[in-house]
Design a protein around this ligand. Structure first.
Ligand code: ADP
Ligand code: MG
Length: 439
């Protein structure tokens, strides 16, 4: 039967070797007529599993090869060889292992787990949402949209969900939207669209990384729109990451934008210094790099926002220490990183922040630290306190003292007020970012 041979060839290109061996090789075609095909398979267990996981793929391959729709009929084999099919083994184990997961998409980084994701105020919301989705897919937040700047842990969180689901035998697809597009292009080119569609629509959970990438790519948006709808309608979980808020992604179709906003949007902010220190200590421990506290503080306070850079610097220091068998000290660290962290940028302190703030608002330091309550002074003062809290290790009372001897409760109030303003007022957010960039 040439048709069957061609169908198998098509399938073979689209599943991994093991899957093909276990689930397609053992099938024996019995007959094929105008509208139906009859297949012999090993047993009932095979049938259940096959119907749930591969029937759709089989049907789409059939219609791809023949350009026709077929009804697929199954019968069980009495052949001894087939009876020794590996599903026999699963049958025995099935009391504790009903399902075997299928994973599709890009390679999941095994090192990205929830366990080694350090939680701080900047990322606790996104972390909690991701964990909740991993534990209860399709129950609470669908879709989940995680957004945040470069190197802040979006891919880590998506992979953590993926690893968690794989460990719990749930079918999951993790793919960057760039690879989604590449696969789409190949499928169009080789006339394999039905298989492409089927593939993404069989995942119980779809994790799609850097979705902002599809902006401006019409055909990819169109296809993703259908994938999204099909998954959403069959109550599958969708998780997306993006470096921008849906509304800020230019050239994104409106119908996609609105869908991205249907569920929960969780942001990841640049980490506070405490979180950076915690991340560094945890990485140093995992990588077995002896990291003295002063070096750790130096790294955390000099590298402003990007965790990937933070990690990169730590690895450089570690490599240097192990290659030269020298001890890591503050001065060696400064030397090793001098190209990345210019000397004058070394440690940000409250005074530096006050200078930057007063420069920006064109007011005097004495006014910043005075008792004047007009908004022209009060707002810069509160921004200064907020930045001091965010970028230095100073406590609330210490910050209060530096800003004209204020009480710590005033500082807490200021920090909270600015945090809220950043969320509600884009111009304030912009001002703060520009001051921060100059530090
Ligand atoms: P993004 O996808 O947002 O650009 P990544 O997820 O690739 O960023 O994160 C960059 C690096 O920083 C990764 O190695 C990741 O493991 C690490 N990282 C980010 N956030 C955390 C965190 N909260 N705890 C531990 N490691 C983190
Ligand atoms: Mg990423």
């Amino acid at each position: 039967m040439d048709i069957w041979k061609n169908v198998l060839e098509t399938i073979e290109e689209n599943v991994d070797e093991q899957t093909f061996e276990n689930w397609f090789k053992p099938i024996k075609p019995i007959y094929i007529n105008n509208d139906s095909i009859s297949l012999e398979i090993p047993n009932k267990f095979f049938l259940d599993w096959f119907q749930k996981n591969y029937l759709a793929l089989l049907k789409s391959s059939l219609s791809y090869v023949t350009k026709k729709e077929y009804t697929v009929k199954f019968s069980f084999s009495t052949n001894k060889d087939i009876l020794s099919h590996p599903t026999k083994k699963y049958q025995k184990e099935s009391s504790f292992k009903q399902k075997k997961h299928i994973f599709i998409g890009d390679t999941l980084n095994k090192n990205h787990s929830f366990d080694n994701f350090i939680v701080g105020t900047s990322n606790q919301f996104a972390h909690a949402a991701a964990l909740s989705v991993a534990k209860n897919p399709s129950v609470n937040y669908n879709p989940l949209f995680i957004y945040g700047g470069v190197g802040l842990g979006k891919t880590h969180l998506l992979s953590a969900i993926g690893n968690y689901l794989v460990a719990h035998n749930i079918n999951v697809c993790f793919i960057s939207s760039e690879n989604f597009m590449n696969e789409l292009i190949n499928s169009i080119r080789y006339d394999r669209m039905p298989i492409f569609r089927e593939k993404f629509r069989t995942a119980e959970v779809l994790l799609i990384d850097d979705i902002q990438f599809i902006a401006g790519k019409e055909r990819t948006q169109e296809e993703f729109f259908h994938t999204f709808n099909s998954l959403f309608e069959s109550q599958r979980q969708i998780v997306m990451s993006s470096d921008k808020f849906p509304r800020d992604i230019n050239f994104l179709e409106e119908r996609l934008r609105s869908r991205f906003e249907w569920g929960l949007i969780a942001d990841i902010q640049p980490p506070e210094i405490e979180t950076k220190i915690a991340i560094l200590k945890s990485k140093a421990y995992t990588l077995n790099i002896p990291l003295p506290d002063d070096v750790c503080f130096f790294l955390a306070s000099s590298i402003n926002s990007n965790i990937r850079e933070l990690e990169g610097s730590l690895i450089r220091i570690g490599a240097f220490a192990s290659l030269t068998e020298k001890e890591i000290t503050l001065s060696t660290a400064k030397e090793i990183l001098k190209n990345i962290i210019p000397d004058n940028k070394s440690v940000i302190d409250i005074e530096t922040i006050q200078k930057a703030v007063t420069n920006h608002f064109k007011i005097k330091i004495s006014d910043l630290n005075s008792n004047k309550r007009q908004r022209v002074y009060a707002l810069p003062r509160q921004i200064g306190m907020y930045l001091s809290r965010k970028l230095t290790l100073s406590s609330f009372p210490e910050i209060g003292t530096s800003f004209g001897g204020r009480d710590h409760s005033t500082v807490i109030h200021a920090v909270n007020k600015i945090k809220k303003l950043i969320e509600s007022d884009k111009s304030i957010k912009g001002i703060i970012e520009s001051i921060e960039n100059k530090l």
